[in-house]
Design a protein around this ligand. Structure first.
Ligand code: ADP
Length: 253
């Protein structure tokens, strides 16, 4: 599970990098092509100059076609937000999570009944939880308990409507201020070469931000860590075609 997680994290990062680079590159090439067309109108009618210009245009167009393919690749990682019953999602993956972190750390769940569904990509949220639970395990080398919980809460100013908080709490080493400040950066890791990729929290951060929520880390050295994923409540209108899952849903037992 560890290797599969690292692989998924790398793919995610590659997708993000590729998408970002391809997007910027495409804009540059469009500017180059625009300038070349302006130049064509001003060039003296010299066949050698025009051929040079055509070469430049062709090169830029080939580059643009390539960036289109890169964008298509990156878009495969795009999110599919849907109404997600958090308590059910966690219940369905508790066995998998427990197997992924081994027997030294016990998983406890705390979900109040009647929480509304969150609007988020379910598969990506599973990956995010796996990342958080593995981090919790790594922070408790002597073993312990990791608690996964959810609660309803208010959004911050600027966030739309009510929010849900899905949290993963450990009683492990905690983080000092310097580590806490950088923990969500891509490739930041304190776990050493071959052990950490530094992509776990950046993935969780990216998912939360793209879902119009946020990732909040609360931690003190020696006092453990809580990672909170804040997500918007799925409003019936926000669910589009998937609304059938919403109004009739009963609180999970
Ligand atoms: P990785 O786990 O590969 O190092 P992450 O992005 O998941 O990458 O985490 C970055 C760093 O943040 C970790 O190396 C660690 O120093 C710190 N960290 C993350 N989660 C925890 C936690 N639950 N307890 C203590 N430190 C943590």
């Amino acid at each position: 599970a560890q290797a599969a997680l690292a692989q998924a994290q790398k793919m995610e990062a590659v997708g993000q990098l590729t998408g970002g680079v391809a997007h910027d590159f495409n804009n540059l090439l469009m500017a180059v092509l625009g300038s070349l067309e302006l130049l064509r109108k001003r060039l003296p009618d010299d066949p050698r100059l025009l051929r040079l210009l055509d070469n430049a245009v062709q090169g830029a167009e080939r580059g643009a076609a390539l960036t289109q393919r890169m964008l298509a690749f990156a878009r495969r990682q795009e999110l599919k937000p849907e109404p997600v019953d958090l308590s059910r999602l966690v219940r369905d993956m508790t066995d998998l999570l427990q197997r992924s972190i081994g027997p030294s750390v016990r998983i406890e769940t705390r979900f109040p009944p009647g929480l509304p569904p969150a609007l988020v990509d379910a598969h990506q949220l599973e990956l995010a939880l796996l990342n958080l639970v593995v981090n919790a395990r790594d922070a408790m080398p002597e073993g312990g308990t990791v608690t996964i919980a959810a609660r309803a809460g208010e959004g911050e100013p600027g966030e739309a409507g009510p929010m849900l908080c899905l949290s993963v709490t450990d009683t492990g080493t905690g983080m000092d201020a310097a580590t806490l400040a950088r923990a969500q950066e891509p490739f930041f890791t304190t776990k050493g070469v071959g052990k950490g990729t530094g992509l776990g929290l950046s993935m969780v951060h990216g998912l939360a931000a793209q879902s119009h929520g946020r990732l909040v880390l609360l931690s003190r050295p020696g006092a453990g860590t809580t990672a909170e994923i804040w997500l918007p409540v799925a409003a019936p209108s926000a669910a589009g075609a998937g609304t059938e899952a919403l109004p009739a849903r009963r609180p999970a037992a």
